[in-house]
Design a protein around this ligand. Structure first.
Ligand SMILES: [Zn+2]
Length: 431
């Protein structure tokens, strides 16, 4: 047991007045502002907040060359499973070093999310809390299957295709058997994929949602077109990815159904800057920015996260979508530029909302600083609500990362002694 004292506290929703103490025992927060004994670490007025959580994360994207994707060539996702897993291990380190203690997978090849989760639970590597995603579930001749059929072009571990409700049901159950807690589907294009055609029938989509929910899994969908967004919300889909066509009608439906929305507009901005955008994309980008404050006000549960690894550093000198330390945290200041959004709301997208989406309803709480919640926390030198850009500068501002109660990164000014239950073995990874 130990307490972090004299801390400014962002609890996942707001910055509380004055300073506070938070007591951690095992992997949980057991008390706030209550003297329950144990050793103490004085934070000297630094900010204690939930570890951030990236909610659209591809652990195995790193060398994914989008310009080749558009040209129908090998894109860099066809690597051997072991290489892709190495990318996942690397990305877990980048997340922790960036102050991100969790991620929600948005498709992973070769069961990599589920495997990372086991490796972390077994203490093989330090890493974030993970909600594991399936492979990308699609259908024959959908846009992920539209390359020249007479050439060899496969991403064997990544994409899985099935046609008709019965085949789809089997695929969903097999993904769940292999550890998927979220099923990723591609009902239609948009957001970088030019096709706006329907790629899954209504019956197929309904089967995915029903089968996943029966087994406690969530469903997320890459989706841009308004009609398909409304259809997905109506059938109980959990997370809308991208949602470039979101308008007031969609917002109303999402708010009523409790659907999460990952706007992922960093990719859209990069695509516009690099000239990869399709006609109308600039209009959609501006429209999503107008919709975000309306969605926040309506109570839509918006999430942080984007398609990191989807471009390479060959294109932009300081590529915002590269998996580099600090990049994930840029999203807060990026959305903070939008008029009508409050910094505390945006920070809750990557903490409280994200924690709810990661764990679901009955598996405990994360992404908040509350008694009983899991102790996935970070210490930030500065006020992230006054200047959100500090969340993208972990080398300067991130002073500690606590994962499941254990300090996996510790850069705080030296104390006389550290609580004895911190794992020396894990600290050694980030010395
Ligand atoms: Zn994605």
């Amino acid at each position: 047991m130990y307490s972090l004292t004299n801390a400014r506290l962002f609890d996942g929703t707001r910055m509380l007045p004055r300073t506070h103490s938070v007591t951690i025992d095992g992997n949980s927060i057991i008390a706030i502002d209550a003297a329950v004994g144990g050793e103490t670490i004085d934070l000297g007025g630094m900010t204690l907040m939930p570890g951030m959580i990236s909610c659209h994360f591809h652990a195995d994207f790193l060398l994914f060359k989008l310009e080749k994707y558009f040209a129908g060539e090998q894109v860099g996702k066809e690597m051997p499973p072991g290489v892709l897993m190495a990318m996942g291990v690397r990305q877990c380190g980048v997340l922790l070093e960036s102050g991100f203690t969790g991620y929600i997978g948005a498709s992973a090849s070769n069961n990599i999310d589920a495997s990372l989760k086991i490796a972390i639970a077994e203490g093989v590597i330090p890493g974030p809390r993970i909600r594991a995603c399936s492979r990308a579930v699609g259908t024959t001749a959908d846009f992920n299957d539209s390359k020249k059929w007479w050439q060899v072009f496969t991403q064997p571990g990544l994409d899985i295709r099935a046609d008709g409700p019965e085949e789809i049901r089997k695929v969903v159950r097999e993904e769940i058997r292999c550890g998927a807690e979220t099923i990723k589907i591609f009902p239609g294009g948009g957001h970088g994929i030019p096709s706006q055609l329907r790629n899954m029938s209504r019956e197929e989509m309904e089967m995915v949602v029903r089968t996943a929910h029966e087994r406690g899994a969530k469903v997320r969908a890459h989706i841009g077109h308004k009609d398909l967004i409304l259809e997905c919300i109506e059938m109980g889909l959990d997370i809308i990815d991208h949602g470039d066509g979101v308008d007031e009608e969609c917002i109303d439906a999402m708010a009523k159904a409790g659907t999460y929305w990952v706007p992922s507009q960093v990719y859209s901005k990069v695509a516009l800057e690099l000239g990869w955008a399709h006609p109308g994309d600039d209009h959609l980008y501006q429209k999503v920015r107008r919709m975000l404050p309306i969605a926040q006000k309506a109570g839509v549960k918006i999430l942080i996260g984007d398609d990191y690894g989807g471009v390479t550093r060959d294109f932009l000198p300081d590529d915002p979508l590269d998996h580099q330390i600090g990049n994930y945290g840029r999203e807060f200041a990026f959305y903070g530029e939008i008029e009508g959004l409050d910094p505390s709301d945006i920070l809750s997208w990557g903490t409280k909302n994200a924690g709810e989406a990661l764990l679901g309803e009955d598996n405990g709480k994360v992404g908040v600083v509350e008694t009983g919640a899991f102790a996935d926390l970070i210490v930030v030198d500065g006020d992230p609500l006054a200047d959100m850009s500090i969340l993208a500068k972990p080398q300067e501002h991130l002073k500690a990362v606590i994962r499941d109660g254990m300090m996996v990164i510790d850069r705080m000014p030296s104390q006389e002694k550290r609580p004895s239950n911190f794992s020396r073995r894990r600290q050694a990874f980030f010395a």
